[in-house]
Design a protein around this ligand. Structure first.
Ligand code: BES
Ligand code: ZN
Length: 593
């Protein structure tokens, strides 16, 4: 039932889709690791509306060498540059124009790209490159209509150094070839932010009939044994919301500088190695990225103001996949951690920033995309599920995905669909506007409770009241119980108590990134951070995941460790991707003396 929908105005793109749009992109590119540039030609199939005289693409920091329109070289204009949006690339076309081709090169500072030295990889011998497109960075490596409301299919031919292999958010090779030339095809129409490329010393291992993992050879055992549940997750997701529409679901485990936990690039989720805890305790992240194959990639937020339609649905869906695989009591812990983080986020932001529907005009979308979209969005859906009953709500979501597959979705259109297909037919009484257009948490926000956390709270209380750490009852605790325990501790513990915990439970040397991040934050807030600086330094130099960096640097800057923070950041910054160092640069420049 896929139908053409006219894209809405997106303030983060120069494109005028009502005049002319790209339908298909064909890349012929070479990755030059010496010059740290990607160069080549992008060819586009376009549709021009009657009377339109130009097509406008987004570009940022690109060197445009030549533009052809239907085989004739054509003059083009690059408009005034604005900070995050870059420059409009305007190409004169006629109503009947069918194809344009652009020969171009990226610049070494292109923000989507992170060029890694061999020392920043697991193998330490060969360089690596990966891209990050969301939200508006694809335009830094491809001239493109970079709006989530505009979809295109693509194919690509990518030439890389012979020792390396290339993979994309498309059909992928499963082994290296002799000549270093790889070809790709994405047959389903996707928005520009989902075009992705990684190049490195990669190997592939199958995980199931349509799932597998790519990573560097020395990481393969660790990665593949952690991810053995992937195929089951795909099955669970399909049972909930309908067929998986992208054929294969593979993952690539990247070097630790990857700035996110995961990125839902279609057919190939990009993931941080910090989820490889050794005990599968952090695989909810895979459920999350997989869920985006429906919420986000199949039905896509029309603009970044509608970001909650991507992330809120995905967090809800992630919980459902986790429940199907690991049961209710485990998932209740995940939901409870989500609720706690929601409360903390609401307390931390201005009321206007806590609306689900955002107003990001004039802002870098990257600064406006907070946890609200994720957790308030998910809790809105949890509330709807509670009101409608699970069976009714599941049927509603399943038809929502079916009816809007390969389309973009605005908040307004979703709310109309919700009203017509769930609220009215079931005569529900719900405060939709308060949730979507109002601040904070409405009174009917579901509060997740977890029995397993109730027992953790008892142990945390005992400890606070003076019981020594080694005598606490911690039998059978998983990562989630430990995270809850650390987060339940107050900011007023003594140095001796912190030492007692660390000696008994080995938090500082934990190999679990989530536990390390939570513990280091507590330690810094307690004044214990100065005693474990080498471990904090090692973590922050190695790992470039922004979700860990922001709270740790913030805690240091606010709790008398400014010098340590500056010294660590000086060493770590060259390892970070632009989305991480841009946020940290801002944090340091705003820090008080
Ligand atoms: N799509 C996001 C990552 C993202 C968001 C990139 C906004 C750029 C702009 C991805 O699906 C995500 O949410 N990742 C989370 C993990 C998740 C389990 C909450 C992350 O990276 O931590
Ligand atoms: Zn997500």
């Amino acid at each position: 039932m896929s139908k053409e929908v006219t894209p809405v105005m997106d303030t983060h793109s120069y494109a005028h889709p009502d005049q002319a749009v790209v339908r298909h992109l064909s890349l012929d590119l070479t990755a030059d690791f010496t010059a740290k540039k990607i160069f080549g030609t992008a060819t586009y199939d376009i549709t021009v509306q009657p009377g339109a005289d130009s097509i406008i693409l987004d570009s940022r920091d690109l060197e445009i060498q030549k533009v052809m329109v239907d085989d004739a070289e054509t003059p083009f204009t690059l408009g005034t540059s604005s900070e995050w949006l870059g420059q409009p690339l305007s190409i004169p076309v006629k109503t009947g124009s069918k194809k344009i081709a652009i020969t171009y090169s990226t610049r070494p500072g292109a923000e989507a790209l992170q060029w890694l030295e061999p020392s920043q990889t697991a193998g330490k011998k060969l360089p690596y490159l990966f891209t990050q497109g969301q939200a508006i960075l694809t335009r830094t490596w491809i001239p493109i209509q970079d709006s989530p409301g505009i979809r295109m299919t693509y194919d690509a031919k990518i030439s890389v150094p012979k020792e390396l292999m290339a993979v994309m958010s498309a059909s992928n090779p499963q082994s290296k070839n002799e000549d270093g030339v790889y070809t790709f095809k994405m047959a389903q129409p996707i928005p520009a932010y989902l075009i992705a490329l990684a190049i490195g010393d990669l190997e592939f291992k199958s995980l199931g009939k349509r799932t597998g993992v790519y990573t560097e050879p020395s990481m393969m055992d660790k990665a593949s044994s952690e991810l053995t549940d992937t195929e089951k997750m795909v099955e669970a997701a399909e049972a909930l919301y309908g067929p998986y529409q992208w054929e294969r679901y593979d993952l690539i485990v990247l070097p630790p500088s990857f700035p996110f936990g995961g990125m839902e690039n279609p057919r190939l989720t990009f993931a941080t190695p910090t989820i490889l805890a050794g005990d599968k305790s952090l695989v909810a992240l895979i459920a999350h990225e997989l869920a985006h194959s429906w919420s986000g990639n199949l039905v896509t937020n029309a603009t970044w103001n509608d970001f909650w339609l991507n992330e809120g649905f995905t967090v809800y869906f992630e919980l459902r996949i986790m429940e199907a695989l690991y049961g209710k009591s485990y998932t209740a812990m995940l939901a409870s951690l989500g609720y706690q983080s929601l409360k903390a986020t609401v307390a931390d932001l201005t009321p206007r920033e806590t609306h689900l529907f955002l107003d990001l005009a004039g802002k870098n979308p990257d600064d406006g995309m907070t946890d609200i979209a994720y957790e308030k969005g998910a809790h809105f859906l949890l509330m709807l599920e509670e009101k409608a009953g699970r069976e009714t709500f599941d049927a509603f979501l399943k038809s929502y995905f079916k009816d809007h597959e390969f389309q973009s979705m605005t908040t307004t259109t979703f709310l109309e669909y919700l009203d017509e297909n769930l609220i009215k037919p079931n005569k529900l009484d719900v405060n939709v506007d308060e949730w979507v257009y109002g601040p904070g948490l409405p009174a009917n926000c579901p509060v997740a409770s977890s029995e397993r956390f109730t027992s953790v709270d008892v142990q945390a209380d005992n400890f606070i009241k003076g019981q020594p750490a080694p005598s606490l009852n911690i039998n059978g605790w998983t990562t989630q119980e430990w995270l809850h325990f650390i987060q339940a501790l107050p900011d007023s513990l003594s140095a001796a108590q912190m030492k007692d915990l660390d000696t008994a439970f080995g938090f500082t040397k934990s190999g679990n990134s989530e536990i390390q991040a939570a513990w280091y934050k507590l330690a810094i807030n307690q004044g214990y951070g100065k005693q474990i600086v080498p471990s904090i330094r090692q973590f922050l130099v190695e790992v470039g995941r922004r979700k860990f960096l922001t709270p740790l640097y913030t805690a240091m800057l606010e709790n008398g460790m400014k010098e340590e923070a500056q010294s660590i950041y000086k060493e770590a910054r060259p390892n970070y991707h632009s989305v991480a160092y841009n946020t940290m640069d801002k944090l340091f420049s705003e820090a008080k003396d």
